[in-house]
Design a protein around this ligand. Sequence first.
Ligand code: CP3
Length: 351
Amino acid sequence: MQPPIIAQIKGQPSAHRPIWFMRQAGRSLPEYRDLRANIPMLDSCLNPEVAAEITCQPVRRHKVDAAVFFSDIMVPLKLAGIDVHIEPGVGPVLDKPILTMADVSALETHHLEGEEVITQGVQLVTEELGRPDGTAPYTPVIGFAGAPFTLAAYMVEGRPSRDHLAARTMMYADPVAWHALLDWCARISADFVRAQIAGGASIIQLFDSWAGSLGQANYVAHVVDHSATVLQAAHEAGVPTIHFGTGTNEFLPEMRDAGADVVGVDHRIALDEADRRLGHTVTLQGNIDPALLAAPWEVLEQHIREVLDAGSKAPGHIVNLAHGVPPTTDPDVLTRIVEFVHEVTTDEHTN
Ligand code: CP3
């Protein structure tokens, strides 16, 4: 029996609409906070037992239809020997931002190393959740990577930024350095993807969280080919892909054409509108507004019904949030959403 999420990726009917949450493993869970109490973020990602345990926590608790491997888009940079750390309350910080062609050239000597810890971590997860070996039911593990633009934005800015001014300056002012940088980012993200697939990840999601600071024309001219490189690495290993961005609703077809089997949609448009823009060609993922997780249940329930209704117009639908779980979320609300979605979509066969 193929899992519901695999069926929906192929546009086939499933026993219920599959659901998982971006950032489901993490700070909203008390069992996560207990485990992480004395372990810095990136250290926890590089410890296979810790990463595997954190990955399984939300699957046990919420009964979601997929696990997402606990790691971070910056982990491959760390494995490539780049001086990156996660500053609590701030986010990823690089001591030496990448500003010039010389900085980019210096990256060429950096390759992913020690990625066995990632492979082992995913492997441990599949020991608990099962593997696609043909007969027994299993819960798929989603592996992921940061898209080259989003990674490059952190590398050029050196820290989180609202408008990615420095990154966009390099994009216009030094296109040679820019393409060399994105090429390097694509290579290490692709290696990170392959390491997770080697451990048993059966779906890959590419996160382009900050691509929305670009317009369609610049995305096409300066970014999309590099994203395609990472998605292609998954396809070459026979693994389907989800391509997610925020603020990217003006270039959903380009995100699909980069090589996506599923397109992730943020909260800014309804899924039936996304389906229209995509010409009814591809499975969609999304898009419960994370802001409503803190609203009264009746308000949230009405919103979920609308998301399910709009999603049923697409060739396939994986229910998710429109972006990650906010750290302050009451985990019981997430469990209730999973129960509700499973209950109201059981045997619907309308997709
Ligand atoms: O719950 C948690 O957030 C705890 C662990 C944590 C992660 N990353 C896990 C993660 C922490 C503290 C980070 C640091 C980090 N990395 C931040 C700051 C987060 C904060 O609010 O303090 C940021 C912005 C990054 C960079 C990053 N990582 C981006 C842009 C993305 C893409 C997704 C997004 O939210 O836009 C990630 C992926 C990421 N970080 C995942 C996890 C578990 C991916 C898988 C998933 O969705 O669970």
